[in-house]
Design a binder for this molecule. Sequence first.
Ligand SMILES: NC(=O)C1=CN([C@@H]2O[C@H](COP(=O)(O)OP(=O)(O)OC[C@H]3O[C@@H](n4cnc5c(N)ncnc54)[C@H](OP(=O)(O)O)[C@@H]3O)[C@@H](O)[C@H]2O)C=CC1
Ligand SMILES: CCCCCCCCCCCCCCCC(=O)[C@@H](N)CO
Length: 323
Amino acid sequence: MAEVYLSLFSLLFIPLFILLILFLIVRPKPVRVPIKNRHVFITGGSSGIGLALARLCAQGGADVTILARNAARLEEAQHSIRLATGRDVRAFSADVRDYGAVKRAVEEAGPIDVLVCNHGVYVPQELEEQDVEEIKFMIDVNLTGTFHLIKAALPGMKTNRAGKGPGSIAIMSSQAGQVGIYGYTAYSASKFGLKCLAEALQHEVIADDIHLSLIFPPDTETPGFAEENKRRPQLTSIIAASSGAMKAEEVALKSLKGIQSGTFMVPCNLEGKLLTVATAGLSPQRSYVDAFVEVMTAGIMRLAGLVFQWNWFSSIAKWHAKK
Ligand SMILES: NC(=O)C1=CN([C@@H]2O[C@H](COP(=O)(O)OP(=O)(O)OC[C@H]3O[C@@H](n4cnc5c(N)ncnc54)[C@H](OP(=O)(O)O)[C@@H]3O)[C@@H](O)[C@H]2O)C=CC1
Ligand SMILES: CCCCCCCCCCCCCCCC(=O)[C@@H](N)CO
């Protein structure tokens, strides 16, 4: 009998003890990042997820600035946001690959409270088939472009931060930035790079009350995705379908909630939640509840991940057999 009580006790006590420890040690500490009356700067704000997020932030009372290359699409976006929210947003035409142009735009826009690096390009193809120029294009826009943007914006973000409350740098990754998949060698590499950038940068800017969020959407219905689909290898689509598709507005809503709660890794759907727990590794975690889930399910999540890999390699083998 005593043994039963003892095992019952440890069954309850050990998890509660872990929960208490996590409550005490999770870092950085929880934070709220407001957007009302604050300057939110969104790259790629003229289309898809960025446009949906710009509209949402304008609705929430933020002063929104958007940046992209194509001036006509920027103007269209300004018009549609004004129609939907009654608010004016500012727009800058620049290529994130051009550091000088990014710096000029960011300086003219004025100090930023919430920087959303959402711009991105994706041209899927097997590495052997893909032109070197296309590989460089994805790395330059997605990864180097984000470096340019953050470098240009940081001095302004840090100025008088103490008087303005918490700031945020949000980076649009992808579920293909959590696991490498067929057809995405360059794209996944560019998105994985963003994760390392965010982890290291969080250490550097925590003392300035600036908080990083990495957002990991699945396939999302956007103009860019429609283009991608015209040339996406069949196997890429098969593997990507492991995670359900979303609408740009849904991803924008998850993104905003993640930014406002200062969450470091922001999943967008149920599969994304599993993927985020499975790939938690040594990432910062502010929520002791999420940390508890990560600790308690680590083994079973690894098992689930291996089952997914088994399934993906089976699809690849089947596809080759059919050829
Ligand atoms: N849609 C999806 O399935 C998924 C998308 N994502 C990520 O979400 C982000 C947004 O994607 P989505 O909304 O689909 O994309 P869209 O192609 O619909 O929009 C991309 C935006 O980025 C801008 N942009 C592209 N290149 C540059 C550049 N060199 N300099 C400045 N701005 C640029 C575009 O404007 P312009 O061309 O005028 O410069 C446009 O505003 C990307 O980072 C993408 O990787 C992640 C997971 C899934
Ligand atoms: C342990 C549990 C694992 C759970 C599920 C794993 C599901 C992985 C699916 C990966 C999908 C990648 C989509 C990328 C979309 C994208 O970025 C392009 N459309 C271009 O933007």
